[in-house]
Design a protein around this ligand. Sequence first.
Ligand code: SG4
Ligand code: ZN
Length: 247
Amino acid sequence: MVAVWSPSVWHKNYPVAQGNRQSPIDIVPHQALHDPSLGPVVLNYDQCTSMNITNNGHSVVVQFDDSDDRSVIQGGPLDNPYRLKQFHFHWGEKGCHGSEHTVAGNSYASELHLVHWNAVKYKTFGEAATAPDGLAVLGIFLEVNSLLSVIPFSILLVSTTVNCFNPKCLLPSSLHYWTYLGSLTTPPLHESVIWIVLREPIIVSEKQLGKFRMLLFTGEEEDQRIRMENNFRPPQPLKGRKVRSSI
Ligand code: SG4
Ligand code: ZN
């Protein structure tokens, strides 16, 4: 069994792939609606709630203990706090492609997704993942700069337990954002995500991105190996949706 990443055929098994609020999208800054009623997003990632890091075959995922409200996102377009469940990355084989969202048609090298769920309205992550206001995903672009870096990426190479990884170290200095209603970007593509995409990217080195490209889609023991790269879905039609901007 070889893992194949083919977003163009997802609609055969998941008709919602052609639905009305699919993600990602191309964000056109001058078409975004400046909404003064949108407050700042507030991230409370103060406690050590990280659990483990795994290569799930499609991405590198860092999971968190989401049994209480120790790590939450609130404010912005959200009516109540959403609990941090996990974060993962999307990236490409070349420096300039890899993000899922694009800005005025331009891609970044990679995109980080911090996935949160509405534990006020829903009992489990699974229940929230199928509800229209169930999930809030914070998207952060990664831009490559061969001289600079801000992320301790070496920890992402192995499946392991981490005692204390505070995702706050992954945030840019400004939390200005775009927001719109969308979906998961991988099957089952549920239309359950309030997207919050930060405008300012974080900076990584080419070497750090190279470590992602070394990860494999398939297990070590399998004969045929496919490199885990290009694990991003291209932008989907807006279908009349409005992107709102926090400033
Ligand atoms: C990636 O495949 C992650 O590895 C998945 O995480 C994630 O699924 C999926 O992307 C979709 O999330 O923010 N890109 S996205 O819309 O978060 C979920 C796991 O499978 C449900 C743990
Ligand atoms: Zn994602």
